[in-house]
Design a protein around this ligand. Sequence first.
Ligand SMILES: [Zn+2]
Length: 191
Amino acid sequence: MLSLSRRSRKEIEERTAYIRRDFRLRYGDGDELRQRKFEAQSGLCEICRDPLQDSCRRLTNLDHAVSIYLWASWPEPIEEAAAFANDERNIVAVHPSCNTAKGRADIMEFLESLQTGERKINKPRTYTPEEIEEKKKSVGGDFVSVKITAKQRDGLDELSRQGFNISHLLRKIIDQFLERHGLPEVEEVKK
Ligand SMILES: [Zn+2]
């Protein structure tokens, strides 16, 4: 177990945001990395060991084995913390539901708690080939594109990791945006 430093909450938030930016700089949207991890793990989730079924982002998440939160809390300078956090060896491919269940925990600690029965995760759903196709189509699909600030996005990421269903929160942000700015331009559907 990593010991946490006495960094302030604000400091940890800023460092978390830095690590997320660093991740985007290194891996962009993460599609290539996700594919590599999917193949390296023979298509199995690093947490529950069940098949991931497909490497698309809707079915496979990239997870920091030692969580960003823990790296952000560490005493190391931020550049170093980011380099460790975003090192490919610290990234694993997992089911979105397993990712949510793990939350901020360190992966070894989490796997142990699953073994001892201290924690439980639901068995990930098995999708039919048709459902997988539907999921893929919905990636970057018909969404109305609304710009949210990096801070809002990090906040939503955090809530999502803590197990909140963020879609209604996103909806709220979109509604607020629409109230202020009217209907934004609709982005082309990305395939
Ligand atoms: Zn899993």
